[in-house]
Design a protein around this ligand. Structure first.
Ligand SMILES: NC(=O)c1ccc[n+]([C@@H]2O[C@H](COP(=O)([O-])OP(=O)(O)OC[C@H]3O[C@@H](n4cnc5c(N)ncnc54)[C@H](OP(=O)(O)O)[C@@H]3O)[C@@H](O)[C@H]2O)c1
Length: 307
């Protein structure tokens, strides 16, 4: 039977020695990862979902794309060598417990056959979340890609950094998988994960929170969010391109770098009806005063204070 990829590309042939993989969850990361692993030549055996009609439907749709079985914690065969948890952070420990119970029920705990590696992909939580599986003799690691996965987008994993932490047996397999997927793995101490994930959250989810606040400011100027998005994109793209090529200081333009304190004061008046945009403006302007080259620092500081 020829395996069909989501992208229509022929999946690479399964390499000998590659782990076989069961995915827990069928949400954003699971949907992307299942297809990426399948296309890269890994065999996906099972998609494990909660025992709820909607969860099972999603798991079945995902399993069908890669020729896997859709199962629940009670029916999983757990015949893959690796279990990859793609569930919300708050569910990882519970799901790991359910899988550990299943391994014990199937008499597979501490056996040579079946699952011997477990991974999860939380950026903030460490491999300790997988403790119930460790107790059952499974090596555990956390593997977090610094990338955003949403329905309808298929990002490349080329050079995407993956933060890895956990047991040696699990981290070495995780590194091998990341290499095959095109990513770059690096080690991260468990104690640094929360800070690492705060950084990571600022890069995409909170960048979007920034962008919706930008739309608010555009509304003050009489533009719809749709208009704001269209009109902002050229300058946003160029700013990112400059940041990549020149770094932050040399990419910095506008009234703060010129020291135009009166202009800043006018902005704050114009944003009076949009307090959230105004508040963010002030926080970011202060960050600019701390970390970027500005002229007329005292005048700017006074303008930001007099609000
Ligand atoms: N999305 C990203 O951009 C991204 C990037 C890097 C890392 N991650 C990490 O990936 C993990 C999943 O994130 P996500 O964005 O993919 O979340 P998501 O879209 O909300 O998907 C979560 C999935 O987990 C399932 N689930 C919840 N509890 C479960 C349980 N006890 N047993 C089995 N399945 C369960 C949900 O199914 P039902 O609710 O239908 O049952 C859903 O399919 C998180 O640890 C996150 O930090 C995500």
């Amino acid at each position: 039977m020829s395996r069909k990829s989501k992208t229509g590309e022929k999946p690479r042939k399964a390499a000998e020695g590659n782990p076989t993989i069961a995915i827990v969850g069928a949400g954003r990361l699971a949907t992307f990862l299942t297809a990426a692993l399948h296309d890269a030549g890994f065999t996906i055996t099972e998609i494990v979902s909660r025992d709820l009609p909607r969860s099972r439907r999603r798991a079945l749709a995902l399993a069908n794309k890669v020729g896997a079985r859709a199962v629940t914690a009670k029916s999983a065969a757990l015949d893959a060598t690796l279990l990859w948890f793609c569930v919300p952070d708050r569910e990882i420990h519970r799901a790991a417990s359910a899988m550990a119970d299943r391994l014990v029920a199937l008499n597979l705990a501490r056996q040579k056959a079946g699952v011997h590696i477990a991974l999860h992909s939380s950026g903030a939580l460490s491999s300790r979340e997988l403790a119930p599986l460790r107790t059952a003799g499974v090596a555990a690691a956390s593997v977090h890609p610094m990338m955003t996965f949403v329905a309808g987008a298929h990002p490349s994993l080329e050079a995407v950094p993956f933060a890895i932490e956990g047991d040696a047996a699990a981290t070495s397999v995780a590194r091998q998988i990341v290499r095959v997927l095109g990513g770059n793995s690096f080690s991260l101490l468990a104690s640094r994960k929360a800070a690492y994930h705060a950084w990571s959250t600022l890069t995409s989810p909170l960048l979007l929170a920034f962008l919706i606040t930008v739309e608010d400011a555009a509304r003050a100027a009489g533009f719809t969010p749709h208009d704001a998005r269209r009109k902002s994109l050229p300058i946003l793209r160029q700013t990112l391109a400059n940041y990549e090529r020149l770094g932050s200081a040399r990419s910095f333009s506008g009234p703060l770098v010129r020291g135009d304190a009166e202009t800043i004061a006018q902005h704050l008046v114009a944003l009076k009806q949009y307090p959230q945009a105004r508040e963010l403006y002030v926080v970011l302007a202060r960050a600019a005063l701390r970390g970027l080259p500005v002229k007329n620092r005292n005048g700017l500081t006074r303008a930001l204070r007099a609000r």
